[in-house]
Write a protein of this length. Structure first.
Length: 144
């Protein structure tokens, strides 16, 4: 794969808590084809923040929420699903709904309480609530 297809994103431009997105995250509406010929597409996402936490909304229309995989690995959160291509033997005049693997990952802010992350699905939108650990403070380490 051409490494120029990958772009480091900063979804909270001007905010430092989220840092930068991991290198294999794709910009919105980007698709790459793997060496095996499999398409991987970025999931559209909105990110917001208030005093109690961060909120990530993912557009996953036409997907059973039970098929969506949400994982936390170290300091990254990844949302992914696979949509099976539906052809049904039709001859399409216009085709804009595709199957394949859809994925979105980003770096979690250090103050997120990963034990209290919640996920909700409503009308094609998956919402992740990433609560801040309000009591988390820096710790001074003494040199002995």
């Amino acid at each position: 794969m051409d490494p120029r297809l990958f772009k480091r994103l900063t979804p909270f431009s001007g905010y430092t808590p989220l840092g930068s997105v991991i290198p294999y995250d794709l910009p919105y509406n980007a698709t790459i084809v793997t060496g095996e010929g499999y398409e991987v597409t970025s999931i559209p996402m909105n990110l917001s923040e208030d005093e109690t936490g961060y909120y990530a909304e993912f557009q996953i229309n036409g997907v059973d929420p039970e098929q969506v995989d949400i994982r936390i690995d170290d300091t990254y959160i990844t949302v992914s699903y696979e949509r099976i291509e539906r052809n049904n033997g039709k001859t399409y005049l216009n085709k804009e709904i595709y199957g394949g693997l859809f994925i979105r990952s980003f770096l979690l802010p250090s103050q997120v309480n990963t034990e209290r992350i919640e996920a909700f699905y409503n009308n094609g939108i998956l919402t992740l609530i990433l609560p801040k650990n309000i009591n988390k403070k820096s710790k001074k380490i003494n040199i002995s």
